[in-house]
Design a protein around this ligand. Sequence first.
Ligand SMILES: Cc1ncc(C[n+]2csc(CCOP(=O)(O)OP(=O)(O)O)c2C)c(N)n1
Ligand SMILES: [Mg+2]
Length: 675
Amino acid sequence: MAFPTTPAILTQRDLTPAELGSDDALLRLYAWMFYSRTTDNRILDLFRQGLIKGTVAGGQGNEGLIVPLALLADKSRDVVSFTHRDLGGHLIWSGHLCDHLNQYFANSGSPTKAREGNVHRGDPANRSYPMISHLGAMLSNVLGGADSQRRHGVPAVGFALFGDGGSSTGDIHECFNLAAILSLPVVFLIENNRYSYSTPISEQVAPGAELWQRAAGYGIEGRKLDATDPLAFAAEIAGVIQQVRAKPRPVLVEVNTLRLRGHAAYDTCDYLRPGEQDGFNAADPLPKLRAQLLQTGRTDAVTALETELKDFIETCIQISLNVARPDPASLADSVYAPPSEPLPWQAEPAAPQLLNQAQALNAALRKILSERPESLVLGQDIATYGGAFKVTDGLLADFGRPRVFNTPLAESACTGYATGLALNGHRPIEEFQFADFSTEAVTQIGLNAGTYFFRSGARVPVVYRLPCGGGLTMGSFHSQELESLFLSLPGLKALYPSTPQDAFNALLAAYEDNNPVLLFEHKGLYRRGKSPVAWDPAYRDVWQPSHLRGGDFATVVTYGEMVHLAVEACDYLAGEYEKTFDIFDLRALAPLNLDAIRASLQRTHRLVVIHEGRRTHGFGAELVARLTEEHFFDLEAAPLRIASLDMPVPFAPELEHAYRPTRDSIIAKIADWIG
Ligand SMILES: Cc1ncc(C[n+]2csc(CCOP(=O)(O)OP(=O)(O)O)c2C)c(N)n1
Ligand SMILES: [Mg+2]
């Protein structure tokens, strides 16, 4: 269905500082604010009629902030992530009103294919990054997008918007610090409406503490502005934007704004003090701006404009209401971005080099940094020091600080920042010092990056390098296996190599994938021994299991360091019991490719799964379930699951030895199982 022609005034999506103060600028500001308010009000009506689901959190009262900001932003290069109060920003940034309404109606024309609803949308292709619900989570994406633009040589500004409530989240503080350290061209804007849902600012911020003054603690400039006077706000914020564009350095701006209709459609607002709502209404900039316009003698023009905009909104509502409902068939293949084309890698190193796994990963990083200009390597202590395990040794010296750089201890912000970089054409490789610390970034990895393609169709090619695993007497918080935790969340891929060549191949395969990929690197394998590593044209085979030993008694499925223990154990059992095992190193944990393993099970009729993660909810549970579901009648024995104990990783070597599978415990368990 064709969308109706947009009224002429709404084709004017920009405002230049030079225009401010003119009658035209006043009319344009008013038009967008009126249009945004009227649309928000109609969305609320439609929600109450049951035509919009979920809930709606309107922007009524915030137009004085978001409309001038979005008009002044350079939509052709700036980066933004709008909040749930920013309908006006979305309308100005891009798209036709019918696109936006389709999103609210969650119909088949919705820009998110109805996989997301209401305000949870954006236009990543035009650097408007869609929000997830988690407050504070979007700021780091904006940081990454703005930095990516700068790295591309584009003088863009990032607009990192959040509320007074969101200002209490850890991500906000991590982002202030990260942006300050990297001197990012970002304007942090606090939409301070003095409420977080029902909680007043007096219960969110200590008495006497001012949000804008936090800037000083991060070594950046802080300002306080008032958007209930949109013209004055526009002039001030235009200056801030110009300043940040000319001299990249973050600025924190706290903006006094309004929330006229409570938190969301269902909010009864009975927590407001007597007369407080009247005060909000009295401060509403929209009627004030209208009165100002009428004083310029343009009563007829204003009335005609309002009628035209209202009619346009009603026409668009009728059109969008008639768009077909979404078809669940569209969910097929929606989680992962489609497979990438192989990158044109050079066939190097041609001659095999004898490397341990840490060196193999270093060689792969060198290859990527040499051949792929969009690549970046970031993480804690990875630059001068070369990383806690020296995997990035020498990269800074050879490739320089802009591409190889240390990050502060801010796993969440740095991961979200990597997402923002990836959304804009870079391909970051992020090292976590220990896999354990990736729990600080579960929201960014699992809920944000992992769902990005599903929600928006945008690709987030990031590699997370995760030094994991135990056996090194490092205790509960430096030894864990986290694959089950992450892989219960959709949208992430995962590789877990067990040899130097596989590690080299896995990094290349993960790098060129268009999805976020977890690369598990067992610390015990970094220096387990050297073997030949060279360019392998079949590097993508790492997404498939490798067949390590042929045998007919049972199929053994394992990965990581356990591969080596399982092979030793099975070799011993072959000698002692004269039973041979068909051993597979899984290598790719997501997506799982079990075809070769299924074929093996049909021959052996017995299954052994071995992994280092804990047993309960461990990855083996998924493997056994899948294989048993399909091969129940092929099996001659109950599958055997060998895993770590259900407890935190204990510290002392004797205790850790008892906790994890070992060569001897694997032998004992299989021998017992053989009976
Ligand atoms: C991390 C997180 N915790 C809780 C919520 C639930 N929640 C949604 S909006 C909201 C209030 C937000 O207040 P504020 O940041 O001031 O924005 P406002 O709604 O006032 O514009 C809360 C608590 C959330 N979305 N994210
Ligand atoms: Mg608020």
